[in-house]
Write a protein of this length. Structure first.
Length: 284
């Protein structure tokens, strides 16, 4: 296996500080995740071109637009794009709706086309690309409706690209409403990734302490909503503002405070469903 160098491109604030990774070997490049907006995708494509080596493949960790929107601007049509089957299915099912939701906000910066990964991988599958071995681990629903992480081996080096399973420097996106499953996933993957450098979708690289910090954030978020919602399916605007203040005090260094309230109703509904399920099980 060949050695590799990892280059990171981090989008500006409009592109929610998302990371894309170019894995450069002696002869080629592999991309992991693409940017949200056209300007960042074009900048990432320019960064790739400056390496003067062919792009052999791209991988997508999960089906949120900030990780796949830029693919058509960066990856030639004859270059394969890999993802788990679940990730590809959610992209196929949601990309048009996401464009309809967010293009009025971003205008021409929201891509007018998208690409669905066509090289589908199952949990534990390996892909050999340009002397690198990339192993995908299918997590299921967690931060998104279909999460995965990718372990890359080359030379004597290993690294894990974990998508949004842990946020390094921004508030977390909670809107898909799987925070309970996300917590369970963090417990599982922490055991598998001990000692492996972690490269997140947002923020600087780290180690498994990132997963511990994400776990604490989720628990704080869930408990605050539980106290505010008291079994309700959503929060009022005033309650969302209180939630945002609480989480901003909890994570004063985190950026993108607007994300806090965005996921409040989804998690309130999730917690209400959990309480209902617990009550039903108690009656049996």
């Amino acid at each position: 296996m060949t050695d590799f160098q990892c280059h990171v491109y981090t989008a500006a604030e409009p592109g929610i500080f998302v990371n894309s990774y170019l894995l450069e070997t002696a002869d080629s490049v592999v991309l992991i995740d693409a940017s949200l907006l056209v300007a960042d995708a074009q900048a990432l494509a320019a960064r790739l071109a400056a390496l003067r080596k062919p792009l052999l493949a791209a991988f997508v960790t999960h089906p949120h637009p900030d990780h796949f929107n830029g693919l058509p601007y960066i990856v030639p049509e004859d270059v394969p794009v890999y993802a788990t089957a679940a990730v590809a299915k959610v992209i196929e099912d949601s990309a048009v709706a996401k464009r309809q939701q967010w293009q009025p906000v971003y205008g021409e910066q929201w891509p007018n086309r998208y690409r669905v990964p066509e090289q589908l991988l199952e949990d534990g599958d390996e892909a050999e690309v340009g002397g690198l071995r990339l192993t995908v681990q299918d997590i299921g629903a967690a931060e998104s409706h279909a999460d995965s992480y990718i372990v890359v081996q080359g030379g004597g080096r290993r690294a894990a690209f974990i998508g949004d399973l842990a946020f390094g420097s921004t508030h977390s996106y909670m809107t898909d409403g799987h925070s309970g499953r996300w917590l369970a996933a963090l417990d599982r993957i922490a055991r598998h990734l001990e000692g492996v450098p972690l490269f997140p979708g947002h923020g600087p690289p780290g180690d498994t302490s990132m997963l511990d910090a994400q776990r604490r954030y989720l628990m704080m978020y869930r408990e605050t909503i539980k106290q505010l919602a008291r079994g309700g399916l959503g929060l009022t605007d005033d309650q969302k503002q209180e939630l945002t203040r609480t989480m901003a005090q909890y994570s004063p260094e985190a950026r993108l405070e607007w994300l806090v309230g965005l996921g409040a109703d989804a998690v309130a509904a999730e917690l209400a469903a959990e309480d209902h399920e617990s009550a039903e099980q108690g009656e049996q």
